[in-house]
Design a binder for this molecule. Sequence first.
Ligand code: 8YV
Length: 324
Amino acid sequence: MSTTAPGPRIVLSRYGYPGLEDVPLPAGAELVTPPAGASPDAAELRELVADADALVVSTPDQVDADLFAAAPRLKVVALVAVGFDNVDLEAAARHGVTVTHTPGVLADATADLAFGLILMARRRLVEATDIMRRGEWGAFDPRSFLGLDVANATLGIVGYGRIGAAVARRAAGFGMTVLQHSRSPRPDDGIATAAPLDELLERSDVVSLNVPRTPQTTGLIGARELDLIGPRGTLVSTARGGVVDEAALLDALRNGRLHSAGLDVFATEPLRDPHDPLLHEPRLVCLPHIGSASIETRTRMTAMALRNVCEVLAGRPAPNPVPA
Ligand code: 8YV
């Protein structure tokens, strides 16, 4: 009698990753997903991974030491995300689990969104849309909805990795002068000029945050830094919540010490309290962490994450391990 060994058990933390149906999987693989719309908490995730060989997760899922302890067969955690601050990498290493992510494939979508935030904040697009929705488009007044120019302004990019560089390429099309600041110096690309952080903040009309969340970047932009950007300045972040001190940001906007801001990321996600003051500040544009949310981009991210799963399960090195 011959028996066929069952294929690997691949747990996905979310239902509905775009393009999953087109990704080639190991023979006999069993895919396990929560129901559509479900968002498993830590205990549910631990239950799901008990017999898993691979786990595919998104940014909101906390992959901590308890999860690794609850998953004795786990070989790979594949993030459908480039940021990996939600994974305990030391615990992964202790348990011999490879952690992978999806660099590169979401740089353009995230840079597009950063530019969307810049235009929305600086040209007051949300305020303008809101008055139309309320039927309050009044008689022409030359002072209505005056914003500040994006074209030919100076843009400072904090964190000049793939996403930061993609933001810079877009800025070049707007005739902007581009400054950049990175922890590790980047070679001159002819688009952005390197500058120390304080100098970049002082010289920039618009500042885009594109750093990962680390102990060094947590609280990087507080009251002092916002004052360096100044009353004609705009701050946008598609990075991670916690990089900007949100209370200091609200204070600077309310007191006219900063012109405007746009956030796609928050210290608390999801931000569900409809009374949260961040959601009611007229000069602050808020989006629900949608930097990579285009069909093409999320499809590429899914394919890349699953390719990493397949390679590790086949005993080969992961193509996109998170950096050491
Ligand atoms: C989303 C992201 O969080 O890639 C990242 O680091 O923050 C975003 O792409 C992701 O798509 C959801 O997992």
